[in-house]
Design a protein around this ligand. Structure first.
Ligand code: ARG
Length: 276
């Protein structure tokens, strides 16, 4: 689809221009814990753009410091959720984390495989609002490039991948139960893109949170049971081979009445281009 290809190029240059990024200190030491409910273990080689965001300094070494997911959209740029970099998550400003890194190509978090690549700088979407979760996007620049072929194209506005009913898959190392059972191998769950009206009905505001169709997307199953969960945040939701969402929030995990809410990637493309 030529229109999408052109848009991807624009995005790549927009990514290169993210100069207001927060520089991180010299990469010192390496990279917490966390998956997906109703999913299945998958080899990371099948979705090489799925990476773990980790800091052993902040989250301990048991699972290589994994605490969120992220997704590569250029060899040295990964997208994640802005809320993953909040001070209440990290215990300090992101710039003070000595060993923020992504882990790529590793099936078993505590194992030796793949690569750990330090994060050189972080750009937090200025439109991110922690109260509503709107604009939940951060872009990390890596200190070296990921292996060739580890990037996924982003779905721009109008891409059929956003149509309600489209099969989609979410990937992560987060909680597999909703009760703190964090996975050590990558999991994936098959869900579908839901209609904005259904998302808005599930999240009308108040204690359950408010769905905003301009910056969010929701996905799940009418029967529930398959969803992202704690620790999956920032990781990819993929439909038709393209990135449509980043795990952002939800009420519980896998509830039939409360689908997973994702950062809408077409909106992320606009934020990265400085288009608010
Ligand atoms: N906020 C969570 C995290 O930081 C992600 C929650 C996603 N929840 C859901 N039901 N899809 O990991």
């Amino acid at each position: 689809m030529p229109r999408v290809a052109a848009r991807v190029l624009t995005v790549t240059s927009a990514l290169a221009a993210l100069t207001a990024a927060i520089p991180l200190g010299p990469p010192a030491r390496a990279a917490a814990d966390s998956i997906i409910v109703g999913g299945r273990p998958v080899p990371v080689a099948d979705s090489p753009w799925t990476v773990a965001l980790a800091s052993r300094d902040r989250f301990g070494g048991t699972r290589a410091g994994q605490f969120c997911g992220a997704v590569a959209v250029a060899p040295d740029k990964v997208l994640t959720a802005a809320h993953c970099l909040r001070q209440d998550v990290l215990g300090s400003e992101v710039s003070e984390v000595p060993d923020l890194r992504v882990i790529a190509g590793r099936d078993e978090l505590s194992g030796p495989g793949g690569q750990e690549i330090p994060v050189r700088s972080a750009w937090i979407n200025p439109a991110y609002e922690s109260g509503s979760n709107a604009g939940d996007l951060a872009v990390l620049t890596l200190s070296s490039s990921l292996p060739a072929g580890s990037v996924i194209p982003m779905a721009a506005d109008g891409d059929p991948a956003y149509e309600p009913g489209t099969p989609a898959t979410v990937y992560g190392w987060g909680d597999t139960t909703g009760f703190g059972a964090y996975a050590s191998v990558l999991h994936a769950a098959d869900v579908e893109v839901l209609a904005d009206g259904d998302c808005a009905r599930a999240y009308p505001g108040g204690v359950k949170g408010a769905y905003d169709a301009s910056s969010m997307l929701c996905a799940g199953r009418t029967a529930g049971g398959r969803d992202a969960c704690q620790g999956d945040s920032g990781g990819p939701l993929v439909a038709r081979g393209r990135l449509v969402g980043l795990v952002s929030w939800g009420s519980g995990c896998g509830s039939p009445t409360a689908p997973g809410v994702y950062t809408r990637v077409s909106a992320a493309i606009r934020w990265m281009a400085g288009e608010g």
